[in-house]
Design a protein around this ligand. Structure first.
Ligand SMILES: Nc1ncnc2c1ncn2[C@@H]1O[C@H](COP(=O)(O)OP(=O)(O)OP(=O)(O)O)[C@@H](O)[C@H]1O
Ligand SMILES: [Mg+2]
Length: 214
């Protein structure tokens, strides 16, 4: 279970997050809505450990991880510009996280291929990522995120680069893979319909505080 307690952050004079509390259980998908600039990505990067909150704590399964460096958290983070490696083929992109965890390369590649099969992308294994469509690249990014069996999944506007039809099509597919992982998932989105389709519940960040979205 992922738990945010009284997370507070500001840049200079301007308060951005003012005592944010949030609990996300295993298998639960919580959508984080809110206007542009309200601090959604900032909150996600605090959860990921990429920045420290000025005040407050991040807990995971009964452990205070506020000071824990990002790689030790074993959280997967997927941004809107999913940042696949252009110099690697699809299979090696997916294998990357495993190799980083010191799994031997041949084994990592085999596992990556299995993951690509689950995602229906095995036939692209040897392609460069830039030869794939936006939606396909997004699927590769999710496969890469989930192959390391992260303890939590953090998605920041994962479909914002896709056109409207594809966004809708991706919802269900992503939801299935996320449900399989059965981990706490925090989904940042602008799109209320997307939140309704994918999340167990939605919260809205307004003036630095979270409100239940009704
Ligand atoms: N490292 C930083 N230093 C100073 N200001 C920052 C920093 N990071 C973010 N900000 C500011 O904090 C505010 C919130 O940014 P953030 O990216 O969290 O918003 P957001 O809700 O994700 O917006 P969007 O929906 O546009 O992605 C913005 O005004 C941004 O300019
Ligand atoms: Mg953002």
């Amino acid at each position: 279970m992922l738990e945010l307690r009284q997370i507070t952050q500001d840049y200079g004079e301007r308060p951005l997050l003012c005592g944010v509390n949030l609990t996300v259980a295993a298998g639960e998908v919580v959508a984080l809505l809110g206007p542009s600039g309200s601090g959604k990505s900032t909150l996600l990067s605090i959860v990921a450990g990429l920045q420290m909150p000025r005040d407050g704590e991040v807990w995971f399964d009964g452990q205070n991880i506020t000071q824990m460096p990002p790689h030790k958290r074993h959280f997967a983070l997927m941004f809107q510009d999913f940042a696949l490696f252009a110099h690697l083929n699809v299979q090696d992109n997916v294998a990357f996280g495993l190799i980083e965890q010191r799994m031997p390369k041949p084994q990592a590649r085999t596992k990556a291929l299995q993951m690509l099969e689950v995602f229906g992308l095995a036939h692209y294994a040897q392609q460069r990522v830039w030869q794939l469509s936006g939606g396909e690249q997004q699927r590769v990014a999710l496969a890469r995120a989930l192959i390391t069996r992260p303890r939590a999944l953090l998605l920041d506007e994962p479909f914002s680069a896709l056109d409207a039809d594809l966004r809708v099509a991706m919802r269900q597919e992503f939801s299935q893979h996320i449900a399989q992982a059965a981990i706490p998932t925090l989904l940042v989105t602008h799109d209320v319909a997307e939140a309704q389709a994918m999340a167990s519940r939605a919260v809205r960040l307004v003036d630095g505080r979270l409100k239940a979205d009704t």
